[in-house]
Write a protein that binds this ligand. Sequence first.
Ligand code: NDP
Length: 323
Amino acid sequence: MRAIQVQRLGGPEVLELTTLPVPEPQAGQVRIKVQAVGLNFADILAVRGEYLTRTRVPMVPGMEFAGIVDKLGEGVTHLQEGQLVAALGGTGAMAEYSVIPAAAVLPIAQNLNAREAAALPVSFYTAYFSLATLGQAKPGEWVVVQAAAGALGTASVQLAKAMGLQVIALASTEEKLEVARSLGADEALLNTRTDLVDAVKSITGGKGANMVLEIVGGRGFQDSLAMLASRGRVLVIGSASREPSQLRPVELMKKNLSVIGVWLMPFLADVEVMSEATAFLTKLISGGRAKPIVGRTFSLEQAGEAFDFVWNRASTGKVVIEP
Ligand code: NDP
């Protein structure tokens, strides 16, 4: 089968299109014929060796995908061959076939196609855990969503609106702000503004926002703290800027602020929280109240171009790679 393989860490130049044997599912596993792979910022960081976990080579990148169940390993009874599913694993998606534990297969709403299904798991589950599980968002609260036109951003804006929040979207271009507005953002501000904190304060009637989804990190982190209302929460989800953020814990005292770290991966082993998230997301998406936003689509041969596209901030929504 055709696959993208990485033998040494680096930028898009280390992605090799190669031929590998079709993998066989073991007991408890399932083989999926991959139709679409969601490209995450984390995949690019992993290939560069800059992700939260250590990258071991050789590896086939790609943590989320959608495709057709092709072969069931021993003991897997709840899936059927021929069924379209989404999956969230660690690596191995950028190939014609991928074998994963059956537990990593996620049910999907009937109204999604393969591209949309591939664009869902990382962004929507992370947005849910940030806003609902960890952020304890309440209807009527104001949330600032950074990189709001990106993959995680577009999921977060839609989810926040569905939860009854008021959304201030931040992004680097007018086109990106328009994407956020089209998904229901109440306000949209260029993140290059020097008066960003004042603008958020003024929109929120002088009080400040209740939550910030910190996706970019770096120097803007100080602004995130400054734009919060009393008892506000910063959800630290990403650091797309790859700049260090400064935090002096005593700064949190004056307004009773909380800084909460978010990482999707540990949630995957929590069956109760995962099924709560799945129930919420499936209902929302099958009811047409939210949808994964698919940006540009690339072929497996164009994987390097796709990596560059996201890395250079050219993407909106989720970039998808089709084997
Ligand atoms: P996006 O589609 O959001 O793309 C990244 C966006 O970040 C860009 O479009 C850009 O938006 C913004 N950005 C700001 N500064 C930079 C920079 N220097 N280089 C590149 N981009 C920059 O990607 P994802 O949705 O895949 O991920 C967004 C972030 O969230 C990443 O840091 C990722 O690791 C993290 N993440 C974390 C998860 C978790 O479990 N904690 C799960 C999912 C994602 P703009 O031009 O508008 O500024």
